[in-house]
Ligand binder design. Structure first.
Ligand code: SAH
Length: 468
């Protein structure tokens, strides 16, 4: 069976700026080949057991040659794999996507192109710069200042262009760009913007004119990758850029799927980095005799779901519990069960269990609870959380950590590499509920805030973290 290559546009970096088709392709990838410019968080859309091959091409650096990348795609596809070649922005805007397609066609490897949002347009919008505007520019010109292997730029005609000029791969050539344009009649007051890591938490924007942009770039330590924008539209940046409460804040949040908390923080302008919650291993347990009446204490929703699955395997559904009292160990579990159509009789404190109660929960959790000896046989440990060690990129860059479940707390404490955990323990953490806050403080996190409820999350994070 022959495989297939998708030349996939990753967009400018913010992971929600991927297309729906792009997401679907990643979800089914066997192999993902990606570069330096691609936000590594996008890889979390791919199956955890896919192969992730970093071909870290940086400008002016020959890490791995284009020929090697081409061969890699071909070999993987010929082995029958679904290969996603993940490329920054749009695959056909610079970045050699066209050449990769030609190579695949020449070698009879089936492929498709899935467009992405190009940084050359959307990167400007992230800094409040519309690439066209009736008052300033009715055309735009996207150029690369990186000359290797292409025709020299015709500065005479570039300087004549009326539309917005956008240079990619241009930071190292900024001096040449400025000098050539000034020499050919652009005025020193022509507005210029330079936008590094557009749409991401590390976005760094410098705004000036042809006369002072070089000094601004030095002062603000702006480097590659960046877009250089020249033209009147740059003047709109002040008016059109967004100033949301958590603009450009970098937040670490352990979660496996998108949550409401994620959306709230992202909508306030933060960039959220995933941290995987790990896996779960379910276990068969000795089921109680449901013909007898009894009390079932639910300490964990997932554990109850695994119990239901096991009951289902022997032909039992919720009706088997009709003679039973159902108790939850906190209100959240009670509410969530109710949302699933299961009514909880009441919430019970673990200290008040009866010796005859059946307790369903996660293995490690139940092991740390102190039970009456007679109750030991009645523990239904239906699954175990497995936290594989993970590393995160640049732990020193986070402004905040947000954790909203016990499992997320455990994933951080047991899943982070020890050195990284030490660093993350110094970052302000925000959580929901006293129990989680106490757990985190007990586990070495130095600044823990219980925000109480979700609506308070954004205001609290904003108040506590530095506003630079
Ligand atoms: N195919 C890409 C461009 C690849 S060329 C696209 O459509 O966006 C690489 C150049 O793209 C970088 O040197 C930089 O100029 C620009 N670039 C890509 N992503 C960027 C980002 N998030 N912020 C600023 N510049 C970016």
């Amino acid at each position: 069976m022959s495989g297939f290559v998708t030349l996939l546009g990753a967009g400018p970096g913010n992971i929600e700026l991927l297309t729906l088709l792009g997401k679907r392709r990643l979800e089914h990838a066997d192999v993902v080949i990606y570069d330096h410019l691609v936000n590594p968080d996008l890889l979390s859309y791919a199956p955890a057991n896919a192969d992730f091959l970093y071909v870290g091409k940086k400008p002016y650096q020959k890490h791995i040659s284009q020929d090697e990348i081409n061969d890699l795609m071909r070999v993987q596809a010929e082995a029958g794999k679904k290969v996603v070649r993940l490329k920054a922005g749009d695959p056909f805007v610079f970045g050699r996507g066209g050449e990769e397609g030609q190579y695949l066609r020449e070698h009879n490897v089936e492929f498709e192109v899935v467009p992405g949002l190009t940084s050359a347009i959307t990167g400007l919008a992230a800094a409040g710069i519309p690439i066209t505007h009736r008052d300033y520019a009715s055309s735009f010109h996207i150029l690369t200042a990186h000359q290797t292997g292409s025709q020299p730029l015709n500065w005479d005609s570039i300087a004549q262009m009326e539309g917005t000029l956008v240079f990619l791969m241009g930071v190292a050539e900024l001096h040449t760009i400025v000098t050539e344009l000034l020499k050919r009649g652009k005025t020193a007051t022509t507005p210029v913007a330079i936008i590094q890591w557009a749409t991401q938490w590390r976005q760094n924007t410098g705004i000036g004119t042809l006369s002072d942009i070089e000094a601004i770039v030095k002062r603000q330590h702006i480097s590659s990758p960046a877009l250089i924008v020249i033209g009147g539209v740059v003047n709109l940046s002040q008016q059109l850029s967004s100033h949301r409460a958590l603009e450009r804040k970098h937040i670490l949040m352990p979660f496996s799927t998108h949550t409401r908390t994620h959306d709230l923080l992202a909508d306030a302008g933060a960039s959220i980095d995933f941290f995987n919650l790990g896996d779960q291993q379910s276990h068969d347990v000795d089921l109680p005799d449901f013909n007898q009446s009894g009390r079932l204490v639910i300490t964990n929703l997932r554990a109850f779901e695994y119990l239901q699955q096991q009951m289902m395997q022997v032909g039992l559904d919720q009706r088997a519990l009709s003679g039973w009292q159902l108790l939850a160990t906190n209100n959240l579990i009670k509410e969530r069960l109710q949302q699933r159509g299961v009514l909880v009789d009441h919430v019970i404190d673990l200290a008040n269990l009866n010796a005859t109660d059946w307790v369903v929960g996660e293995q490690n959790d139940l092991s740390t609870m102190s039970f009456d000896d007679s109750n030991v046989d009645r523990q239904l440990m239906t699954y175990t959380d497995i936290f594989k060690q993970q590393s995160i990129s640049s732990p020193d860059t986070f402004d905040a950590v947000v954790v909203t479940s016990k499992r997320a707390c455990l994933a951080l404490v047991h899943g982070l590499e020890p050195d990284q955990l030490k660093q993350i323990q110094t970052v302000p953490v925000f959580t929901l509920g006293d129990k989680l806050a106490t757990f985190l403080s007990d586990n070495g996190f130095q600044s823990v805030t219980n925000v109480g409820n979700l609506a308070q999350m954004v205001p609290h994070v904003k108040k506590v973290i530095k506003n630079d």
